[in-house]
Write a protein that binds this ligand. Structure first.
Ligand code: URA
Length: 216
């Protein structure tokens, strides 16, 4: 993981496999099937890094030979929470890595007049004693990410329980997110150059939702 002096809570997953797969995703010739498969694979690899410091405890078990205090992850099962709809495929990758994880959902749309995110669906597992991994492939303006963390906070999840995972991030969005929730660690595969006037990340990969689901 690479850190960036400007953003103390941003971690860039610079593993060669992740970078290689991301380059394939950015290529506009990639098929819907290939794009989806690559995102699932990257999410799994990033999940491995993102969960590296989950606290361990021990559980008394019996192997066929002896009793032992075996290491197990402390606390309740992790919750994976995709922001709909583009976060869904990243969540699949994380659930492959952690099949016992719970899955919540936060559905947001952008109000055309206020330009602010509005919730249309929120379903979450119980908050206490659980780590929440919030996922959205594109951290662009940061507004949806901030709003999704606000939603978690309202459901009793504190910032220190939350990690945010994005595939590609724009500096503008990371700044907005860090200003609102400085304690939440952000894991991303790339910190790109900037946002366009209509909030696309450059160089980016286009509209992640459309490319994942084959829509226009
Ligand atoms: N959302 C996307 O899908 N792509 C971007 O570039 C920015 C936001």
């Amino acid at each position: 993981m690479r850190t960036v002096p400007e953003f103390p809570n941003l971690f860039v997953a610079d593993h060669p496999l992740i970078q290689h797969k991301l380059s394939h995703m950015r290529d506009k010739r990639r098929s819907t099937m290939g794009f989806r498969q690559l995102l699932r694979e990257i999410a799994l690899l990033m999940g491995y890094e993102l969960t590296r410091d989950l606290p361990l405890t021990t559980e008394r078990i019996e192997t066929p030979l002896v009793e032992m205090d075996a290491p197990v992850i402390e606390g309740k099962k992790v919750a994976v929470v995709p922001i709909l709809r583009a976060g869904l495929v990243m969540a699949e990758g994380l659930l492959e890595l952690m099949p016992g994880a719970r899955e919540g959902h936060i559905g947001l749309y952008r109000d055309h007049e206020t330009k602010q995110p509005v919730e249309y669906l929120v379903k979450l597992p119980a908050a206490a004693g659980r780590t929440f991994i919030l996922v959205d492939p594109m951290l662009a303006t940061g507004n949806s990410a901030v709003h999704a963390v606000d939603v978690l906070n309202r459901h009793g999840v504190t910032d220190d329980q939350i990690r945010f995972m994005a595939l590609v991030s724009a500096p503008e969005g990371v700044r907005v997110f860090h200003d609102a929730h400085p304690e939440v660690k952000v894991y991303t595969a790339a910190l790109d150059s900037h946002l366009t006037d209509d909030a696309y990340i450059v160089p980016g990969l286009g509209d992640a939702g459309d490319r994942l689901f084959g829509t226009k």
